[in-house]
Design a protein around this ligand. Structure first.
Ligand code: MN
Length: 251
């Protein structure tokens, strides 16, 4: 199983959860919301076989903090995994739209010349996010929890991008409609834990099983077949990004 977008550092016991991912053979990309969080997280889960820590600059948390921008640029050579980055023009973020646009462009420029896998937040800002990515990024990115319109979705598909699907998406009518329009070879799985709840509790990486089951239902495949497709998609994307899948354990 693979969870390409999970905030392991925001759970009560990150290293315990990382050990659980190792034990259960779950590949997880631990996104962080700031360079400071990236550096702190490295100190307690860097030894994991299955978890990779991504460097982030979250649009709602750090877009305005320019000292964090500089730190981001200094750290891009330390990991090929980038996230959470992007734009958020929902009510929570619309006031900082100009700073966010500047910050995300700075992020994309900082990454030039550094092969990377990037997981992107685009809530209510799907079109602007896609435009900036297509202008500055040499490789496809992952739209995490895509919830925008169908027109932009089709543009993002045509541009070669990937989409990570979480348990909340497959539970909603709109989410299922979006999933049904994404080609199978562009689908990845995520939890976005601990922000996603499931059956009254906080989702953890192994809850990508719920997504695999829904995809199996939609595609008329077994969970094992879905898992193979998602794993292949992840490998393909890493190759397109020029990132070595290296020591990741085969599922
Ligand atoms: Mn997230």
């Amino acid at each position: 199983m693979i969870d390409t977008h999970c905030h392991l550092n925001l759970y009560p016991d990150p290293s315990g959860l990382a050990a659980r991912c190792d034990r259960e053979n779950i590949t997880a990309i631990c996104v962080t919301n700031s360079p400071a969080a990236f550096e702190a997280t490295k100190t307690y889960i860097s030894g994991s076989r299955s978890v990779r820590i991504a460097l982030g600059l979250h649009p709602l948390e750090t877009a305005r903090n320019r000292s964090q921008w500089r730190r981001f640029a200094d750290l891009v050579s330390e990991t090929p995994y980038i996230g959470e980055v992007g734009l958020d023009f929902s009510r929570a973020g619309i006031r900082t739209k100009p700073e966010q646009l500047e910050a995300f462009e700075f992020v994309l420029r900082s990454l030039q010349g550094h092969p990377h896998f990037m997981t992107v937040h685009s809530r209510r800002a799907e079109s602007a996010t896609l435009d900036l990515v297509d202008e500055h990024s040499q490789s496809p990115v992952v739209f995490h929890w895509y919830s925008g319109g169908i027109h932009v979705l089709k543009r993002a598909i045509a541009s070669g991008h990937y989409f990570s699907i979480n348990p909340a998406m497959v539970k909603s009518t709109n989410g299922r409609r979006i999933v049904s329009l994404i080609p199978r070879d562009r689908v990845l799985t995520e939890t976005d834990g601990p922000f996603v709840k499931l059956e009254g509790r906080t989702a953890i990486p192994e809850d990508v099983r719920h997504v695999e089951m829904e995809l199996g239902f939609l595609w008329r495949l077994t969970v094992k077949e879905v898992e193979e497709i998602v794993w292949q998609n992840f490998r393909n994307l890493l190759r397109l990004c020029g990132v070595d899948s290296g020591s990741f354990v085969e599922s």
